[in-house]
Design a protein around this ligand. Structure first.
Ligand SMILES: Nc1nc2c(ncn2[C@@H]2O[C@H](COP(=O)(O)OP(=O)(O)O)[C@@H](O)[C@H]2O)c(=O)[nH]1
Ligand SMILES: [Mg+2]
Length: 378
């Protein structure tokens, strides 16, 4: 089953939005939470609505979205042409809407070392969010010297081949996370609030159960006692995975000790606001009771630009010995290059990428070929 979550202050508006986006829906559950408003003592209501979508509606919606984008592009092209041909040179042309920016040709610095397909591939990488220095470093992996021009050109037949070579050499990958029977793994999901920890933890939980037939348990460490575990509880009951809440170190240790016969324990960390960023230390203190038996999965959203993403990676690494990265929200980003930049700059292995809100299906294993497809496709 595929579950999608909507959050907001007006339940009817959420239902309307879900119908608008998904067509026919089935409401699984909704919950209400009171959050402090700006006015003292006045608490606003916040709803969280869990729905499933009907599969057949999805294809039609995607076609509609593409058609709409094409219409906008055509209009933009017409306006640009009119402005360029009819107006005097000093007249300014209309600015390009942000969501269409990467669909137009862009100026790339530092291209002079490359020629032909290699130059084109560097431009493409930069357009997809790869930083120019990283892009040139990657393309060089599959280049030879063109004798005529004395510049670098691709020695592979296709862009895809060139990128696969480059990613194999410059990035590291965990591959499918495997658990051997009898060798329990404990994975803690860490990262900023809203990045997708809870949803993606359950996608992996479901993979472990279905693909590897493992015995899985989920623990939520709600260290701020904010009752933020409701969403996880619902996923756990839908996917039929045992679920526990640990409010402190001692309780966490006790639960983990009791779950010694499970193959995998997944630990969700809970937070509520951006200030949680400054409270990472508290999560660290709780998890530290498990010593080195625990592996840390850091989640990074593809919506961040590379600078923000690297700041987050460095901040979390100063608290936790991060083992690997899991990227989220690639469906909301037109610049998959952030995964490449962060992978190259941090040296951390890449595991999976979350491709949407549906639990459990919207998750993909990251491999050199998959990242190439994200860069080359769309
Ligand atoms: N579009 C999109 N939304 C996602 C993705 N992953 C998670 N979300 C949504 O992001 C929101 C926050 O996710 P959640 O797992 O609660 O984040 P947490 O605070 O880190 O636990 C939810 O509405 C999720 O459905 C993704 O890959 N794409
Ligand atoms: Mg969460």
């Amino acid at each position: 089953m595929s579950v999608k979550v909507y959050e907001g202050e007006d339940l009817n508006a959420l239902i309307e939005r879900a119908k608008e986006e998904l067509g026919e829906i089935e409401i699984l559950y909704y919950e209400v939470e009171k959050v402090p408003g700006r006015i003292p003592f006045f608490r606003k209501k916040k709803y969280r609505l869990f729905v499933t979508e009907k599969e057949e509606e999805k294809g039609e919606r995607e076609v509609e979205k593409l058609e709409e984008e094409l219409r906008e592009l055509k209009e933009l092209l017409l306006t640009l042409k009119e402005n360029v041909t009819k107006l005097p040179p000093q007249h300014s042309v209309p600015s390009v809407p942000e969501h269409l920016e990467d669909k137009l040709p862009c100026q790339i610095p530092h291209l002079e070392e490359f020629t032909g397909d290699a130059a084109e591939l560097v431009s493409l990488l930069v357009k997809k969010g790869v930083e120019p220095d990283v892009a040139t470093e990657l393309v060089k992996v599959s280049c030879g010297l063109d004798i005529e021009t004395e510049k670098l050109d691709l020695s592979t037949n296709t862009f895809k081949e060139a990128l696969i070579n480059a990613f194999q050499e410059k990035l590291s990958f965990t591959g499918e996370i495997k658990v051997e029977k009898g060798k329990q793994r404990v994975l803690a999901f860490i990262g900023p609030t809203g990045v997708g920890k809870t949803t993606n933890l359950f996608k992996l939980a479901s993979k472990f159960v279905i693909e590897q037939e493992l015995r899985v348990g989920v623990i939520s460490t709600d260290t701020f006692k904010v009752g933020g575990t409701q969403q996880a509880r619902i996923y756990a009951s839908i996917l039929n995975v045992p679920f526990y809440v640990a409010t402190d170190q001692r309780k966490l240790k006790e639960i983990v000790d009791n779950l010694a016969d499970l193959d995998v324990i997944l630990i969700d960390t809970v937070g509520r606001s951006h200030y949680d960023y400054f409270r990472i230390g508290e999560i660290k203190a709780t998890l530290s009771i498990l010593g080195t038996s625990i592996e840390y999965v850091l989640l990074v959203s593809c919506n961040y630009d590379t600078k923000e993403a690297m700041e987050i990676v460095n901040r979390y690494r100063s608290f936790f010995p991060v083992d690997f990265l899991l990227f989220t929200k690639i469906d909301e980003s037109s610049r998959p290059g952030v995964m490449v930049n962060v992978g190259v700059k941090s040296g951390l292995p890449l595991s999976y990428v979350s491709t949407g809100q549906r639990v459990p299906e919207d998750i993909k294993l990251l491999t050199p070929a998959v990242i190439s497809d994200f860069i080359l496709g769309g």
